[in-house]
Design a protein around this ligand. Structure first.
Ligand code: ADP
Ligand code: KDG
Length: 324
């Protein structure tokens, strides 16, 4: 189960100020994960809020078409669906512009979360650090979800997903540090781990800076000591490294021609949770995660290129392969 804000997404092909045509789709970190899991054959529920408008209808229709359960989702008559513009500015640089202040997603309330939990207790709750940044209601809804997950014995996965356009590092750190003891699987980029640690413990990182894995291990250790079961660090084209009480494990990225890095992290999370739900070991969890992450960077769009289970094996086929 997951929830958060999913927006209508417009994706241009060059500088936004020149105008031109845009592709219309939807985007939201949590729904990207939900779609990724659904494509891999899992049952998944998304409990966000959209406006009672055509953009909101597009969000819900897309999620339904992808097999995501939206029965708990709410349509807010008093606020619009948020908007996100993706501006591919250079082959390797995409700019993102948000029009989401006052959106329905930023008014998501705890009752939506309550409904989603009452339908059937989830095995996993997936949260991101985007939702609490949206406003006081989504922050309370996220806290409530954490509480319900604990009560119902659901595994809690948190992807830090720090968005500096939405809140400051200080505000993010205050919330994330409070949540850490309730998290089972913590997923973060290399530069996001420090947000989860008290300032005193960030010194260990500086001491070990010469070796990046040692630096990450020094940051992961206090998180593991606070009760996090697995700290999984997404490292872009360098792959991913996981830290547990038993040590660390690294998987390199799967080599692909990168066309659009947006959504790679969400695809990675979907692969990781898919393998976890299958009962796979850490190595397989990381392997599926780097595979689904690679699919995302090799395809335009946030979630459109997410693989089905049968497609997982396509990656690594020699150039020019035609599947007949
Ligand atoms: P985020 O999108 O959250 O910033 P990353 O950029 O670290 O996350 O990407 C998540 C995962 O996707 C990485 O751990 C890696 O496995 C995969 N990935 C990212 N970039 C590439 C790339 N250029 N080539 C292959 N795999 C990639
Ligand atoms: O992870 C991809 C997201 O950045 C994108 O879908 C939009 O949810 C989004 C956000 O808040 O940045």
């Amino acid at each position: 189960m997951t929830f958060g804000e999913t927006m209508v997404a417009l994706r241009g092909s060059g500088p936004l100020r020149l105008g031109g045509t845009m592709q219309v789709s939807v985007a939201g970190a949590e729904s990207n994960v939900a779609i990724g899991l659904s494509r891999l054959g899992h049952r998944v529920r998304w409990a966000g809020a959209v406006g009672a408008d055509e953009a909101g209808a597009l969000v819900l229709r897309t999620l339904r078409a992808e097999g995501v359960d939206v029965a708990g989702a709410a349509a807010d008559p008093d606020a619009p669906t948020g908007l996100i513009l993706f501006e591919p500015r250079l082959p390797e640089v995409t700019r993102v512009h948000y029009y989401r202040a006052g959106s329905a997603g930023s008014r998501l309330r705890a009752d939506a979360v309550e409904r989603a939990f009452s339908a059937a207790p989830p095995r996993v709750l997936h949260l991101t650090g985007i939702t609490p940044a949206l406003g006081p209601d989504p922050l309370s809804a996220s806290r409530h979800a954490l509480q319900l997950a604990r009560q119902q014995g659901a595994l809690v996965c948190l992807d830090v997903n720090f968005r500096s356009r939405l809140w400051t590092a200080e505000r993010a750190a205050a919330v994330l540090r409070e949540w850490v003891p309730s998290v089972d699987v913590l997923i973060a980029s290399e530069d996001e781990l420090s947000l989860c640690l008290p300032p005193a413990e960030q010194d260990a990182e500086r001491a070990a800076q010469a070796d990046p894995v040692a630096a990450l291990a020094a940051q992961a250790a206090p998180l593991l000591a606070r009760g996090v079961g697995e700290v999984v660090v997404k490292r872009g084209p360098a792959g991913a490294t996981a830290f547990t009480g038993d040590g660390s494990l690294h998987r390199p990225a799967r080599p692909v021609r990168a066309v659009d890095a947006v959504g790679a992290g969400d695809a990675f999370v979907a692969g990781y949770l898919s393998a976890l739900l299958d009962g796979a070991d850490l190595e397989e969890r990381l392997e599926r995660a780097v595979t689904t992450g690679a699919f995302a960077v090799a395809s335009p769009g946030d979630w459109e290129g997410a693989p089905t289970r049968a497609e997982l094996g396509l990656l690594g086929a020699p150039p020019g392969t035609v599947v007949r």
